[in-house]
Design a protein around this ligand. Sequence first.
Ligand code: FAD
Ligand code: SF4
Length: 626
Amino acid sequence: MEQFDVVIIGGGSAGLAALKQLSSKGIQSVLIEAGSTVGTKNVSGGILYSKNPQTGKVYNVDEIFENFLEEKPWERQITKYVLNCVSKDKVLSIDLTDSHEYESNFGCSVLLNKLNSWFAKQSLETAEKNGGGIISGVHVRNISWDDEKGKTIIQTDELDDFEAKAIIAADGVNSEIAEMTGAREKFSPPGLYQGVKVVIKLPEEIIEERFNLSPGEGTAHIFAGDVTLDHIGGGFLYTNIDSLSAGVVCHYDSLISNPTAPNNLVNALLNNPFVKECIKDEVALEPYPDKNLSKMEQLRIKFAVNKLIKRWEKLRFDYYSHEGKKRFLENNEFNSIEDLKSKIDDIHKELLEKYNTRFETDYVELEYSTKLIPDGKRCRMKKPYFKNILFIGDAAGRGLFIGPRIEGLNIGIDDAARASNAIKQAMEKNNLDITSNYLGDLYSQSVQQSPYTTDMKRIDKYYIKTIIDAAGRRIPPQKIGKYGLLFKLFLNNKLRNISIDIVNKIGYNNMLSIIESEETYIRTPMKIAEKLGSKTTSEYSISIPELSQRISSLNYNDDPQSHIKITNSRSEFMKKMVTLCPTKCYSLEGEDIVLQHEGCIECGTCSPETEWRHPRGEKGIEFKYG
Ligand SMILES: Cc1cc2nc3c(=O)[nH]c(=O)nc-3n(C[C@H](O)[C@H](O)[C@H](O)COP(=O)(O)OP(=O)(O)OC[C@H]3O[C@@H](n4cnc5c(N)ncnc54)[C@H](O)[C@@H]3O)c2cc1C
Ligand code: SF4
């Protein structure tokens, strides 16, 4: 049986960081990823941070991937971070750039397919030097131990069994490894969020003009108030190079008590006039062919219009892109930018006059996705290991999401480095014995020392100060009635510190239901917006795709075999899945809930009360953006 030093299960950001870190230390490591290629199964908002805490050390992306800053596999470096309090069409924007920059080296917007593909390329070069590598399209099905012979055996759906001396489980929020080994309970709604997201196409220079950005710079807007349709959570809108990521993250508990379909949640955000104005673009609408013409002629026109619209879109996209313009001139396709512009105008005219094509203000959606997110404040593993398996990232429940602080990617990367360091140390001591907890304890202690773990357990007064100061600049306390009194108290340094000390003494955990309440996430931001916000108007009517259109534009590699089994088709939980499944895989037939797994995007929402597995290798959803 083939044996590897370390096997990493899962090729998300956390697993890939582990592969890089282990390989850099000269340790043979093999990463197994279920997706056909790395990056196709991962979803994020998302902003990836590099942090610089005042006390303690974190392992940052730019430390592990030394070419990160040079090769820029991200989208835009976020230089403006804004919290928008929303009530219908009224918005009050509060500049929270100071809190975004608090203890940060930088934060950049990322699309996970691109980012993780880059991580994979970087890790692979180092891994191969040590006899390791990445095997994608393989799903780990089981892990077993032979304690007497000191063997750990990994079984997959696709390969012969093999052995590992140590394992890193980076298999995400719905970790099968955690479940099959009994390392932890399945995560349940109180410890989870559901995130739903769309990627929107928008040309690069239009983004820069609209958000007042220099090339390479980005803005992050987050939203509190009625955009979440009365759920505890928030919305986000991040600028990428030539797209936007927009979505909503809600506490799963809140969704269970009042089920709302994920596509309706994201639609409510997109329908907000402020957001509508951010995402709008010029869109060509294919005309209906003249029914009096022969079928052949109708087809010919349809083909010609389709081709012209594609050409117009492509040239226009390049015209508004720094690289695109450069490419055209280098290829001598056009003599000047003016030539390119006049070509675009000519096609526009031809489409308009010859083919009656309409041009409208609308938005263009590229991808719809949903994923569960672990709330590390409530569900992080206290002992993130089992025998010789170390759990990292979402698999270990380690995300930090509180108000405007939204971090999971950087924490998974920090865990990856800590797990790799522990393995290196245990190898040096020649102590990877599966019957001792030496390796696990080393890792666990290191995780406990991580500043992120500290942040999951307490409120940081200095961070809160940055938020209160920013809010103080926009919100006169006397204008917001009884909340003004509380706010006034918090504006006072001494009183604020005393209150936060008291909360931390009582135990942050015990106070979470008050801190993360409807009052703080929904009602107060709404009241602030109503009293102090400006009215935003948007004149155009947005054409949001139907859910069926969203699903049909996704890439699936169909598996006739279902990876999910309903255990109780009549439970109250399963009834809620009819609404909460983002792709409507569940329906009610008589008194039973039935599943059609073909549209599953592997979000995990139904996992708490089903037998839930990832699909077999290469099967299932393949996200293009993520
Ligand atoms: C809408 C949304 C917004 C977010 N916003 C942010 C943000 O702004 N900033 C931030 O830092 N974080 C954000 N997060 C959280 C962040 O995206 C996650 O914490 C992070 O992507 C998790 O990475 P991971 O590597 O731990 O897991 P994953 O990315 O889930 O990777 C797990 C991998 O394991 C593979 N796998 C699973 N089981 C097996 C198996 N048995 N065999 C083989 N392979 C397997 C899967 O295919 C997958 O590729 C957001 C998340 C969402 C959903
Ligand atoms: S079937 Fe379950 S995992 Fe799949 S998309 Fe629906 S809720 Fe998500």
